[in-house]
Design a protein around this ligand. Structure first.
Ligand code: GLU
Length: 492
């Protein structure tokens, strides 16, 4: 077999949907598994959807995700776009400028496989309304098929607005095999004379995708489910152009937990959202791979190399894959535990700075204790803000101790807290003391169990739950501990 060549062909819309990331990932994994090539092509022929900066953002997201591609559109250090590969241009609007689509459309018209259509938007609207009212499937009625080539050319030359449509043969079965969905067939009587070139002279997606996949020698078209109904048009176009169609692989839709298509309306969907919430790249990639695919081993934690090794379309499910954020959290927490304290501290720092808890000049070293403390309780980096609330938040704000009042105002509690205060005043705080101080207080006061632990934990953190006491002592240090103890002893 010839070299596998696949492509990710997004239309830059301003953000990358998590489903798009999965499509890119499956293309990438398949290419790497097969030792083939992975290409990034930009489909921007719908000029009404053009978004400033979207292309640069898209490339940066792919870079962040580590989905390195071999050919296509890249960014240099100065965020300038450049191309690499021998089958370019890789941006469709540039291909339009080079006249690539014109050349092919001319051939189709000459061979009577496509025709100029001059129908106005008004006529098409009325036609559609009438068909709907008659209970028929809305489709073009073929009026302009009857115009002779000579007359059509005259009208085009005179500047009359027009599109170019595909001339489908009547009653012909269009068939293809999808690697996931199996054999599919549709009769041309149930299909429309697709527009290939729009009034603005730009090709439609359907036309450009066929020309480009052929020109770029794409062997497998791996894309979302939503394109499966368009595929017969593409397959017929290949036939009309005398080319061989690629293998089609339509991936199951990414669903939300409610089993509906994951969309902006019911969830966070952009890769940028997940990056911002503090998911690790490797964790997100690991989890996304499992949305609609599973390895033979049923493993759930897979490294990049294991994914490449095990990936195949045979194990992509036919039904939609459910994107479950709780499961992603679980995978991410696994990856967080693998980080060293200083790696985690570096990841957490921006969240702590942004929340105003620390200033930018705090060193990573100073944050390592926090990293060590919360490593096992974090699902994602952004959670650090809430979990460290007790350290940085204002304990004198009048509500900090609301839920633990009962734990800090009894006689026993005062005894315990005073004892701790004296010890820390005299000895400060260090690791050895942090480990032994609770025992000492127990000995000195005779108070033990909940009556010993709840007052200390509550007075220092405003909560009955949280990290181990040893960590709390170390993070707060002498000053932090004494400030809180004094405040509690005076006010409760
Ligand atoms: N431009 C299409 C999209 O953004 C790509 C469809 C395809 O891969 O053929 O979804």
């Amino acid at each position: 077999m010839s070299e596998v060549r696949v492509r990710f062909a997004p239309s830059p819309t301003g953000y990358v949907h998590i489903g798009g990331l999965r499509t890119a990932l499956y293309n990438y994994l398949f290419a790497r598994h097969e030792k083939g090539k992975f290409i990034l092509r930009i489909e921007d022929t719908d000029r009404t959807r053009y978004v400033e900066g979207a292309l640069e953002n898209l490339i940066e997201v792919l870079q962040w995700a580590g989905l390195d591609y071999d050919e296509g559109v890249f960014l240099d250090e100065n965020r300038n776009i450049y191309e690499k590969g021998q089958y370019g241009p890789y941006i469709q609007s540039d291909r339009v400028k080079e006249g690539i689509y014109d050349k092919h459309i001319k051939k189709l018209i000459d061979e009577d496989k496509a025709y100029y259509c001059f129908c106005t938007a008004d006529r098409l609207n009325n036609l559609r309304e009438q068909q709907k009212a008659d209970g028929k499937m809305p489709k073009y009625d073929g009026l302009c098929r009857g115009i002779s080539k000579e007359e059509a050319q005259k009208r085009v030359d005179a500047g009359e607005p027009h599109v170019v449509r595909l001339k489908l043969p009547a009653n012909k079965d269009i068939q293809f095999n999808d690697a996931i969905k199996g054999h599919l067939s549709i009769n041309t009587n149930d299909m429309d004379d697709q527009v290939l070139i729009k009034t603005d002279g730009f090709p439609t997606y359907h036309f450009a995708v066929v020309i480009d996949d052929h020109d770029m020698k794409i062997t497998h078209v791996v894309r979302g489910d939503e394109w499966v109904s368009s595929t017969p048009k593409h397959v017929y176009l290949y036939e009309a152009l005398g080319w061989e169609a690629p293998t089609y692989v339509h991936l199951p839709t990414v669903l939300g937990k409610d089993k509906k298509k994951l969309s902006k309306r019911n969830a966070d969907v952009s890769v940028e959202d997940f990056k911002q919430k503090g998911y690790l790249r490797d964790a997100l990639i690991n989890y996304i791979a499992l949305v609609g695919w599973s390895p033979e081993t049923n493993q759930e934690i897979l490294s990049h190399d294991e994914l490449v090794k095990q990936f195949s379309f045979e194990r992509v499910s036919r039904s939609g894959g459910v994107f479950d954020e709780d499961k992603l959290d679980w995978v991410n927490s696994h990856y967080i535990k693998e980080l060293s304290d200083s790696e985690l501290a570096a990841e957490l720092k921006p969240y702590l700075v942004e929340s105003g808890y620390i200033s930018e000049d705090k060193s990573i070293e100073e944050l390592e204790e926090i990293a060590a403390t919360f490593k096992t309780s974090l699902n994602k980096f952004s959670e650090i803000v809430k979990q460290t609330d007790f350290i940085f938040a204002d304990y004198q704000n009048g509500v900090f101790y609301d839920e633990v009042k009962e734990n800090i105002n009894s006689e026993d509690a005062k005894k315990v807290l005073t004892t701790l205060k004296v010890i820390v005043e005299n000895e400060g705080m260090n690791e050895e003391l942090a480990k032994s101080v609770m025992k000492r207080i127990q000995k000195e006061t005779g108070i033990k169990g909940k009556s010993l632990f709840f007052p200390v934990r509550s007075a220092l953190s405003g909560s009955e739950h949280g990290p181990e006491m040893v960590h709390i002592f170390m993070i707060l240090g002498k000053e932090g501990i004494l400030n809180r103890l004094n405040y509690v002893l005076e006010n409760y």
